[in-house]
Write a protein that binds this ligand. Structure first.
Ligand SMILES: *Cc1c(COP(=O)(O)O)cnc(C)c1O
Length: 421
C-alpha cells in the first residue's frame, strides 16, 4: 500500500517554477537544484490562481488531519513519491496558569498557545521539512542523501530515507545528544561524529558531494524543506479559524521555519484565505549563539558567523545561516524583533512550564517561553495579546537534570518530610 492514497497517479500540483530568493531569477521546476547561481536559497512558486480554483478553503474540512491535506500547495507531483510516517496536525496547547501569573497587576492576561511540534514523527518538526525534501528527492531520482545536523534534522532525514529505500549519511558535532545519534543509526543511516560545529559538518557534506556523489540536503541548500515547514503556517492559520495571532515566538537556528511560515502567509493572502494582518515574528536565540539578534540590533541585512557558539539548546546552535537575509526580512516586515535568552533562563523556563502546566517542552521551545516572559516585562508584548510559542521537539529527546530521591527498603521512612516534599 502506498504511503498516500490518491486516485490516479498525478497529484494536482501547481508548481510553475523556482525563484532565487535574492535576485528573483527563475529556475525550471522538475529538475534537481541546490542553491541559486548567486549562492542563495531557491523558493518554489505556484500558480496561485489555479490553486484558488481547485481548492476552496472549506474543502479542507473533510481531509485527514495530516500535512498532506495541503497537497495542492506542496510540490510533489506523483502520488507514488509521497512518503509518510503520519505527519499529524500538531495541537495548540494553552498555558493559562502561566499567562495569568505573568500579567502585570491589573492588566488582562495574555493568551499563550504552544504549537507542540514534538508530536510529529521522529519527535520534532524537522519531519515537516524532511518529508518534503526526501519525497522530492525520490521524485527526482536521488539515491543517496547527506546532511550536517545538530540531531533532529538528521534523525528525520534518516527516517524518511529509510522509508524511501534511499541511502543516508549524517554528520553531527561530537557533543550531539546520544539519543539523537543512536536514533539516526537505528534508522539505517551512517552517522559520523565531528569534533566541530554544524557548519564544519556542512563543509564535509559539501566536499563529499563531489567525491561520493550524494545529494547535499543541508538546511536551505535544497528548495523543498521550506515547503514542508510552510505547512506550520498554514496549519496554524487553519487552527485559529484563519485569524492570525498577534505574535509568534520562534526558536531560530537555520530559520527554515520562519522563512517557511512567512511564505505561507503570503500565499494564503494571495489565495484570499487570510487578510492583511500578520503576526509580529520574533526570532529567539540563545545568548551563546545569537547571530540573528546581533544583526537585527545592528540593522544589518546579513549575519556574520558567530564565534564560539555554545548553548545546550542544540537545535538553535547554528553560528551562520544561509537564509539570514530572509529571516531578518520577515522579522522587519512583520514589525517583530529578535531577542536572546541565556542558558540559565532557558533551563528555568523548561522547568517552569513543565511543573506549572504539565507540558514538557524541548530546551529550544523553553527559550521561546523565556523570551515571552522578557517581552511581557519589557512591554514589547501588550496585555491581552495572543501569542504562539513554537515547541519544535519533544522534551523527551533531551538529557534532563538528574532527579529522584533514593529510598532503601527495610529502613524507616520519615513520612513527615516525605509528605511535605
Ligand atoms: C532545528 C530546530 C530548531 C531551529 O529551526 P530552524 O527552522 O532551522 O531555525 C529549533 N528547535 C529545534 C528543536 C530544532 O530541532
Amino acid at each position: 500500500m502506498p504511503d498516500y492514497e490518491w486516485t490516479g497517479t498525478e497529484l494536482p500540483t501547481f508548481v510553475t517554477h523556482l525563484e532565487c530568493s535574492l535576485t528573483g531569477e527563475g529556475y525550471p521546476a522538475d529538475q534537481l537544484h541546490g542553491l541559486s547561481k548567486v549562492g542563495k536559497p531557491l523558493l518554489v512558486r505556484y500558480d496561485l490562481d489555479g490553486i484558488r480554483r481547485a481548492l476552496p478553503r472549506d474543502a479542507l474540512a473533510s481531509r485527514p488531519q495530516t500535512l498532506w491535506r495541503y497537497r495542492e500547495m506542496l510540490p510533489v507531483r506523483r502520488a507514488e513519491n509521497v512518503l509518510s510516517l503520519g505527519e499529524v496536525v500538531t495541537p495548540l496547547v494553552s498555558l493559562p496558569r502561566l499567562a495569568s501569573r505573568l500579567a502585570p497587576k491589573g492588566q488582562k492576561p495574555g493568551e499563550i498557545l504552544v504549537k507542540d511540534e514534538g508530536r510529529l514523527p521522529t519527535g520534532s518538526f524537522k519531519a515537516r521539512g524532511l518529508v518534503l525534501a526526501v519525497s522530492m528527492a525520490k521524485e527526482l531520482g536521488i539515491r543517496h542523501m547527506a546532511m550536517p545536523t545538530n540531531g533532529n534534522a538528521g534523525a528525520a532525514m534518516a527516517a524518511y530515507c529509510a522509508r524511501a529505500g534511499m541511502k543516508a549519511t549524517v554528520f553531527c558535532p561530537d557533543d550531539t545528544p546520544a539519543v539523537n545519534v543512536r536514533e539516526i543509526a537505528m534508522q539505517g543511516a551512517a552517522v559520523y561524529l565531528v569534533d566541530g560545529l554544524i557548519d564544519d559538518c556542512g563543509k564535509l557534506v559539501a566536499e563529499g558531494e563531489r567525491s561520493v556523489g550524494w545529494f547535499n540536503c543541508s538546511t536551505l541548500r535544497e528548495p523543498y524543506r521550506i515547503e514542508g515547514k510552510k505547512t506550520m503556517g498554514i496549519e496554524l492559520a487553519e487552527q485559529l479559524g484563519w485569524e492570525m495571532p498577534d505574535v509568534i515566538f520562534y526558536p531560530t537556528g537555520g530559520g527554515t521555519g520562519i522563512i517557511g511560515m512567512w511564505k505561507a502567509f503570503a500565499e494564503l493572502e494571495a489565495l484570499g484565505w487570510i487578510g492583511k494582518k500578520r503576526p509580529r515574528m520574533v526570532v529567539v536565540q540563545a545568548s551563546g549563539c545569537a547571530p540573528m539578534v546581533k544583526a537585527w540590533e545592528a540593522g544589518e541585512e546579513h549575519a556574520p558567523r558567530w564565534q564560539d557558539a555554545h548553548t545546550f539548546a542544540a537545535g538553535i546552535r547554528v553560528p551562520q545561516a544561509v537564509g539570514d537575509f530572509l529571516i531578518l526580512r520577515a522579522v522587519r516586515d512583520s514589525g517583530g524583533f529578535a531577542t536572546a535568552v541565556d542558558d540559565e533562563a532557558i533551563m528555568q523556563a523548561w522547568r517552569e512550564v513543565a511543573a506549572a502546566e504539565g507540558l514538557l517542552l524541548c530546551p529550544e521551545g523553553a527559550a521561546t517561553y523565556a523570551a515571552y516572559k522578557q517581552a511581557i516585562a519589557e512591554g514589547r508584548v501588550g496585555p491581552g495579546e495572543r501569542v504562539v510559542l513554537f515547541n519544535c521537539a519533544t522534551g523527551l529527546k533531551y538529557p534532563m537534570p538528574e532527579a529522584g530521591t533514593p529510598l532503601k527498603l527495610g529502613q524507616p521512612v520519615d513520612w513527615r518530610t516525605l509528605a511535605t516534599a
